[in-house]
Write a protein that binds this ligand. Structure first.
Ligand code: PLP
Length: 384
């Protein structure tokens, strides 16, 4: 029996999304063709745009479909005039890497020990002289800790200084209201697969007045800002996922249910293992995310051990090309190295059940019990 508890990496695909993808795949036309099949494909594309726009809290004409959240973030930084970019230190690599390469200059906005962006430091950076435009980019919620950032304040401060603002809402979408228009940001990124939509499709929301330099040259699709025949099945799936996510946000009890699951998990583990640290636990967080540090136990060991027990979770550190690197997010929070290297992320979603949470807590006993640091954690008190 396997249990999927890694929704922040990617959500389980929603069954209704599969239907929408299959329906779009059956459409013959190219959305740019003028004949009837082309017009049907175009209608499907525009329906999906309206569905995603409703989730983003803006008008459909502000949306550009991209090939991923990563591409949306890259495009957001591609203004024609090189802007000086101020990015929070906990941004996703799809912001930090391109930002560091942009010609207008780049500075990191630090975060505090809870992983919340330091607004005083942002103000100080904005007060520094700059030749050209300035773009502030701060995510709405962090992917590793779930910590919510003060987006409204960031926008307010940036606007007072005459800067542009991009919000990476990839993890926040479907979990908190985005309200792009009300927020007053200039740009916002979303990704379908974090909502239970298909992988490989994203959106950049853009206010009409903002000009960008396309990353891909070719045809005139997406207002000439994203050339290439549109990924219609992916986009239709994105629209359907956005519809379901918005329904969960605005009605029903799904968000509270996920919060209860997360709180149940954290309470059971904290009661039994007093040494556990809930990273970001003192500040507002996404309802579905738990970043747990078990001091003295290597996170990679835990991820593998839980995998063997049938639980998919992830570590707060990235493993690339065989090299395990410390998480830049936890490092930016100045978390003690012993804590950062022992942090795992458990993230739940629409299909997670209470039984899976209880089974995970029980598996903690097995997994931590085998570990050298177990005595210090007091795992004997974990429910069997
Ligand atoms: N931004 C954040 C905060 C993310 O968590 C991710 C994915 O993990 C991305 C951007 C990139 O999205 P995609 O996987 O669609 O490229």
């Amino acid at each position: 029996m396997s249990h999927y508890l890694d929704y922040n990496a990617t959500a389980l695909g929603r069954p209704e999304v599969g239907v929408a993808v299959a329906d779009a795949l059956a459409l013959a036309g190219n959305p740019s063709s003028v004949h009837a099949p082309g017009r049907r494909a175009r209608a499907c594309l525009e329906d999906a745009r309206a569905q995603v726009a409703a989730l983003a809290g803006t008008s459909p004409e502000n949306l550009l479909f991209t090939g991923s959240g990563t591409e949306a973030n890259n495009l957001a930084l591609s203004g024609p005039r090189p802007a000086r970019i101020l990015a929070s230190a906990i941004e996703h690599p799809s912001i930090l890497r391109p930002a560091a390469e942009r010609p207008g200059g780049f500075a990191l906005i630090p975060v505090d020990g809870h992983g919340v962006v330091d607004l005083g430091a942002l103000k100080a950076l904005l007060a520094e002289p700059s030749d050209g435009p300035v773009l502030v980019t701060v995510m709405m919620a962090n992917n590793e800790t779930g910590v919510l950032q003060p987006s409204e304040k960031v926008v307010e401060i940036a606007k007072q200084a005459g800067a542009l603002v991009h919000i990476d809402a990839v993890q926040a979408a479907g979990r908190v209201a985005l309200e792009f228009d009300r927020l007053g940001a200039d740009l916002m990124s979303l990704s379908a697969h974090k909502l239970g939509g298909p992988k490989g499709v994203g959106v950049l929301v853009k206010r009409a007045e903002i000009t960008l330099a396309p990353l891909i040259a070719g045809g005139g699709q997406e207002r000439s800002l994203r050339a290439g025949t549109e990924n219609l099945p992916g986009i239709a799936g994105f629209g359907r996922a956005a519809l379901s996510a918005l329904a969960e946000l605005t009605g029903g009890t799904e968000i509270e249910r996920q919060r209860d699951l997360r709180d149940r998990l954290e309470a059971a583990i904290a009661a039994a293992t007093p040494a556990v640290v809930v990273v970001g636990g003192q500040v507002p967080r996404l309802v579905n995310t738990s970043c747990l540090a078990f001091p003295g136990v290597a996170a990679e060991t835990l991820v593998i051990a839980f995998d063997l027990e049938g639980f998919a979770i992830s570590a707060g550190s990235a493993c690339s090309s065989g090299k395990v690197e410390a998480s830049h997010v936890l490092a930016a929070m100045d978390l003690a190295p012993g804590l950062a290297s022992s942090a795992i992320r458990v993230s739940v979603g629409y299909a997670t059940t209470i039984q899976e949470i209880d089974a995970f807590v029980a598996a903690c006993r097995v997994v931590l019990g085998r570990n050298a640091g177990a005595a210090a954690l007091g795992v004997d008190r974990l429910p069997a």
